[in-house]
Design a protein around this ligand. Structure first.
Ligand code: MN
Length: 498
């Protein structure tokens, strides 16, 4: 299992109308389905069968228990027989965790020569699940609906996606995000309502002065730094002027000191994400570049210039993608390459891009940085590997949070970039730059994104549904006319559904 400490509950709806034999059969079928799901090897979380619910009191008790149980990250429901849905009202009114409605049945095929009315009455998910669907829709409860036979790998893959999102959602509910300094300068799009973020998305944002981190630097010993620099030498190709005895070796050691202090600080606070601010560095020797890159690769969410929403989203996307190939990183739209249908955006940042997204051995280099007024910072330099992925952001529209997500195709640069002193990724936003960038701008998206090769639209859709936030997805099917209509319709929808 990819995640520890959490599990998904499986609750079967039925009723007592069909007698004791039916209840026993429903229970046996449910047990077999749950065992089959767990043995499939397709799911990142354990499924725990919580029995059959046959009454309003049983539904309410089970869903209350799910709310209160720390291990439970979500519930899968399935109506084996007709489960009159009035009995789900009280339970669903209070249920606060993710919900997946698995619309399946125990047998894959109709047993043509055997089928009789007893079989029909026992295996009636086709209408039992419709009754359940009605009350969930009537109550305006978001949930994922997965249709198909439970042993079908495609069905299991869709459950697996939802489970990963459940894990990330659970992770966000006790996320502490450390913010060194405020949002930078007068930047609008990276700011927002932190109180609403905690109410709606779960994570808590805490301010710390950079002096608090500078104090922790004093606890870092020369021996601590020696061993981390040894690690750098193993993992990366050090530039000639960064090796021991050369001009920038001390800058590498300063970077190591900052990294150790930052990791200690975050651990001490129990933080899962953080932001930095290059205008507020005080007793730090350099802007933390290398430290941010390496902490991102360990799973810490990161946002530059005080961008706490992107930092939290990056952590969430990293948890969703845990163990999957590809990598996840903070990125920024930097420079365009106009070239017809191949027009692309060079993604980078001043320093902070996660080495998770490259197949290369990163180079460790030190170069001057014109901003921040500090010494030359260390950074890992590399190019992201080719492949499809999704870049996402969350912006605060005043009356709601909006997630904007764009499918992108990372491509190899046409030529080497020998003078670019930072990590980068070159991508073509789908369906192309003209439509992708225009839609993004109309939606009010950030210049910062959280990007992952491992995730698809389905992950982000599941997340937006669980969080109850708006999602605007831009992909190969997007047209500008359709997108503008969606923006207008959403304005009305979110005005009416506060
Ligand atoms: Mn930036």
């Amino acid at each position: 299992m990819e995640y520890t400490g959490i599990e998904i509950w499986f609750v079967t709806g039925a009723q007592l109308l069909y007698g004791g034999d039916a209840v026993v059969a429903v229970d046996a079928h449910s047990t077999a389905i749950v065992a089959g799901l767990n043995q499939s090897g397709q799911l990142p979380l354990q499924v725990v069968y919580k029995g059959t619910v046959n009454s309003s009191a049983e539904v309410e008790a089970t869903l209350k228990e799910a709310n209160n149980n720390k291990r439970c990250a979500g519930i899968i429901t399935w109506m084996h027989t007709f489960s009159p849905a009035k009995m789900w009202i009280k339970g669903l009114q209070n249920y606060r965790k993710p919900l997946l409605h698995l619309h399946t049945q125990f047998n894959r095929e109709i047993p043509w020569s055997e089928i009789d009315m007893d079989f029909m009455n026992l295996n009636q998910s086709a209408h039992g699940d419709r009754e359940f669907g009605h009350i969930v829709s009537r109550m305006h409860k978001n949930r994922k609906v997965v249709v198909g036979h439970w042993a079908d790998p495609n069905v299991q893959a869709r459950i697996a996606v939802w489970m990963r999102v459940c894990a990330a959602w659970a992770d966000a509910q006790d996320m502490i995000l450390v913010r060194f300094g405020d949002n930078m300068n007068q930047v609008a799009v990276t700011d927002g309502d932190r109180l609403e973020a905690e109410l709606r998305l779960g994570y808590h944002v805490d301010y710390y002065g950079i002096g608090d981190l500078a104090e922790v630097q004093k606890t870092v010993t020369e021996a601590n730094i020696d061993s981390l620099v040894d690690e750098y030498e193993t993992l990366y190709t050090l530039a000639d002027n960064c090796r021991k005895g050369t001009a920038h070796y001390e800058q590498i050691r300063h970077a190591a000191r900052i990294e150790i202090a930052l990791r200690r600080f975050l651990k001490e606070k129990g933080a899962k994400a953080f932001t930095t601010n290059f205008n507020a560095l005080h007793d730090l020797n350099q802007l933390p570049g290398l430290a941010c890159q390496r902490l991102m690769a360990e799973g810490y969410g990161f946002g530059a210039e005080g961008d706490w929403k992107t930092a939290a989203l990056m952590r969430t996307m990293w948890v969703m993608a845990k163990g999957l190939p590809g990598g996840t990183s903070f990125l920024e739209d930097y420079t365009y390459h106009f070239n017809g249908e191949k027009s692309a955006i060079l993604q980078a940042h001043m320093l902070e891009v996660s080495p998770e997204i490259t197949a290369q051995k990163p180079r460790l280099e030190v170069h001057p940085l014109g901003i921040g007024g500090k010494a030359d910072p260390a950074r890992l330099v590399f190019t992201a590997h080719p492949g499809a992925g999704w870049a996402a952001t969350i912006v605060d529209m005043g009356n709601r949070f909006r997630m904007i997500a764009n499918k992108v195709e990372v491509i190899e640069p046409e030529a080497a970039l020998p003078k670019l002193p930072v990590a980068s990724a070159l991508w073509i936003p789908q369906p192309n730059l003209e439509i992708g960038a225009a839609a993004w701008i109309w939606a009010g998206g950030t210049h910062h994104t959280s990007f992952s090769y491992a995730l698809t639209h389905e992950f982000l859709e599941d997340y937006a549904d669980i969080a109850g936030i708006e999602l605007l997805a831009i992909d190969e099917h997007t047209t500008l006319a359709g997108f503008k209509t969606e923006l207008k319709l959403n304005e009305v929808y979110y005005l009416l559904n506060k």
